[in-house]
Design a binder for this molecule. Sequence first.
Ligand code: PGA
Length: 245
Amino acid sequence: MLNFIITETYKEMSGLAAERIALALKKKSDLVMALPTGGTPVGLLEEMSRMAKSGEANFAKAKSFNIDEYIPLKKDDPQSYYWFLNHYFYQHANISVENTFVPDILADDLTAECARYEQTIQAHGDFDITILGIGHDGHIGFNEPHATHSPVCHIINLNEETIEANARFFSHKEDVPQQAITLGMGTILRSKEIVLIANGKSKAAVMKQLHNCAHIDPLFPASFLLLHPNVTVICDREAASLLNI
Ligand code: PGA
């Protein structure tokens, strides 16, 4: 069973996850991080920015990789996930732009670009810490429920449920990209530490499923986390409201 920590508030959830990063950074100044995007990590990224500004965390040598990126959004598109990490974190922290990584969506051959991104991650010794959100369908990164999963970085077609959930960030649902590049299940599981964060009532059902899951089920991608020896799930009271703990 995965290790769950339940916090009273979203702010506490975000603070605890940020503390994990700060702790890891103290142990290894050139920390290699995989960072998530979406509604859940905003508080975490804001707290990391605050820690950077106050000097509690020093990101000068840290490396940061996007967990996923929409096709075909460019880095400077305000809907892109690179833009998101820059907006909420990079521009507020002393992290060097050359230490921030994302798949190049402008590459002519996106399959080759996925392989290049995977190699870059491996060349950095894989992630020291990966912070994950979770989709309502159990996706981690953008690894959607599917009979098979790619171990490495790859192109994925987004599920209708994911497009629906992410439509809140766009003016029209039709504007939500249908495809993305995501880290593979193996890329995530090679991380030395994994922290999954979730908040709000809408995540209560998927938290219950994650808490109860005892087997790997490719149709519930977050179940692959059972294979990893160092996963912490941090969720707020609302997301934990259906757990029997
Ligand atoms: P959310 O997305 O934080 O916007 O709920 C989570 C995810 O899809 O991983």
